[in-house]
Design a protein around this ligand. Sequence first.
Ligand SMILES: C[S@@+](CC[C@H](N)C(=O)[O-])C[C@H]1O[C@@H](n2cnc3c(N)ncnc32)[C@H](O)[C@@H]1O
Length: 161
Amino acid sequence: MDFIDEKIEQYAFDHTSEESDLLRRLEEETYQKLEIPHMTTGRVEAQLLKLLARLVGAQRILEIGTFGGYSALSMAEALPEGGTLVTCEMDPVAITFARKYFSESPHGKKITLLEGPALESIKTLTGSFDMAFIDADKENYSNYYEAVLPLIRPGGIDRGG
Ligand SMILES: C[S@@+](CC[C@H](N)C(=O)[O-])C[C@H]1O[C@@H](n2cnc3c(N)ncnc32)[C@H](O)[C@@H]1O
């Protein structure tokens, strides 16, 4: 379903910074190999996520819903050396796909992928996060929000995709 006029989408795309070559390749292969490829975040939203990460000076980010890894790698690019991103995914095909790209990227070492149902993975997490991106099954969004909120530091960002 299209919510935004095509011309506005195109304008936003054309005026958003280009992604890295690796992310472009990841997106292309996502469309060739994964089911429901339009679930990928894509350039415009991923660059916004990177901007938000930089604005809050993120050192630790949590993502719910890895899919092919586009948004995870994009946000990892915005993290400083020593920063970490935890991402949760339960689809084994997506997990294998994303891990391949994480291993190819110099930013992949910042990423920890937790396999299995996200609500279970979240229960294992401790410490605080500067930012969370909730982008998994929509029917669980309120559950994710409640589970993630106590993990976000005061002034951090908790956002749904
Ligand atoms: C919209 S896609 C995520 C897109 C991703 N952020 C990106 O930029 O490419 C949603 C993902 O959530 C995963 N997912 C759905 N339910 C889940 C659950 N209960 N636990 C973990 N992952 C789940 C799906 O397998 C799918 O890969």
